[in-house]
Design a protein around this ligand. Structure first.
Ligand code: ATP
Ligand code: LTN
Length: 346
């Protein structure tokens, strides 16, 4: 029996499913934060939802990119997503630059975006502070993200906590457009997972785990082997206490992060997680156990990733199939925008 294909389902079938749209940057191998905060949710929802997942290469170039590395990272990310359980028959996984409607809609939206709204974005402020020269694309990044979302009229936009402000901006832009040109966009809703919503760096639990951070010991990657995973987690920065409990005390952020990872991987309730460590002799025991559950969860993903990377042609074919499905939704939407705004039909 063939697997039902939701992303290419009949209009009636697709209409009965909630549509999900999310995006992820090809800025390096996926880490535990991406997996627990985003990818796991996409995989879990793909049977009940109509899923669109966009590899946002156009967002990646808002900071300097080496062309060879960008191409390699885009393929590696696609392979890691498929390896983590994204099923090409159920989810339209596509590359943003393959669907031109995204750039076209960005310009249309940008022309009614107040600069002040963009300058207020906390991600812009922190990324701009880290660059010697700030390019315009870094400022207009959230408008491209709004286009990614609004073109698909999604019911849900699953993201980590850090992206909430960008979704609110997309809502504001949608409202503005609807008000000025008539009902066109659904107002997007962020869906933020509770456990594992924000995984922090193992080297510095005050900073979120990030693909672009280069420090050794910062992240566990989906491409890491058991030895590396264990080494990173065993060296995780913690305080000098002994108590293993959830806490929002910044001094205890390291232990809180390890427990949060444990909770997200095992799916246990917070109380059960704390109870699991009632007899632990200290943070060493916690680290050993967290390393075990993480290694076990990632082993099959790493293996599948290696297999997929051996056949780039098939990988590219899967991506072009995803882009075709995305275009079928995004292209009519951008045409609707242009017609409402008064552009002459081509
Ligand atoms: P970069 O360092 O290039 O900004 P990133 O690691 O922050 O990358 P993104 O590509 O920006 O990752 O995000 C992909 C998805 O993973 C988003 O839904 C984002 O909110 C989520 N995410 C990223 N980092 C974390 C984290 N540390 N904890 C939980 N979720 C995260
Ligand atoms: N900015 C997001 C990635 C992203 C996205 C999107 C997420 C780009 N377009 C559309 C959800 C919906 C990030 O850096 N995590």
């Amino acid at each position: 029996m063939s697997v039902p294909n939701h992303a290419t389902a009949s209009p009636e079938e697709a209409a009965s499913k909630r549509r999900v749209l999310s995006g992820i940057q090809p800025s390096g191998d996926l880490h535990l934060g991406n997996y627990l905060g985003a990818v796991k949710q996409w995989v879990a929802g793909q049977d009940q939802r109509e899923n669109f997942i966009c590899i946002v290469d156009l967002h990646a170039i808002t900071v300097p990119q080496d062309p060879v590395a960008l191409r390699d990272n885009t393929r590696r990310l696609a392979a890691q997503l498929f390896a983590a359980g994204i099923d090409p028959d159920k989810t339209a996984l596509f590359v943003q630059s393959h669907v031109r409607a995204h750039t076209e809609a960005t310009w249309l939206l940008m022309c009614s975006t107040p600069i002040g709204w963009l300058e207020r974005m906390t991600q812009f402020k922190s990324k701009a502070a880290a660059q010697e020269k700030v390019q315009a694309g870094l400022l207009t990044y959230p408008v491209l993200m709004a286009a990614d979302i609004l073109l698909y009229n999604p019911d849900e936009v699953p993201v980590g906590e850090d992206q909430k402000q960008h979704i609110e901006l997309a809502r504001d832009l949608a409202q503005r457009f609807n008000h000025r040109f008539g009902e066109t966009f659904r107002l997007p809703e962020p869906v933020i997972p509770k456990a594992g919503a924000r995984v922090m760096g193992f080297d510095d639990p005050s900073k979120k785990m990030s693909k672009s951070a280069e420090a050794q010991g910062h992240a566990v990657l989906l491409s890491d082997n058991a030895t590396k995973i264990t080494r990173v987690i065993k060296r995780a920065v913690t305080d000098s206490g002994r108590e293993i409990d959830f806490s929002d005390d910044p001094e205890r952020a390291g232990v809180n992060n390890l427990l949060g990872v444990y909770q997200a991987v095992t799916g246990h309730s917070p109380d059960a997680c704390v109870a699991d460590f009632a007899n632990a002799r200290g943070y060493g025991d916690l680290k050993v156990r967290v390393a075990e559950v993480v290694t076990e969860a990632l082993a099959p993903i790493t293996q599948r990733f290696d297999e997929l990377m051996e056949d780039p042609t098939s990988l590219d074919q899967l991506l072009s199939k995803g882009a075709e499905r995305a275009r079928a939704v995004a292209e009519p939407k951008v045409q609707e925008m242009k017609a409402k705004m008064g552009f002459l039909p081509a």
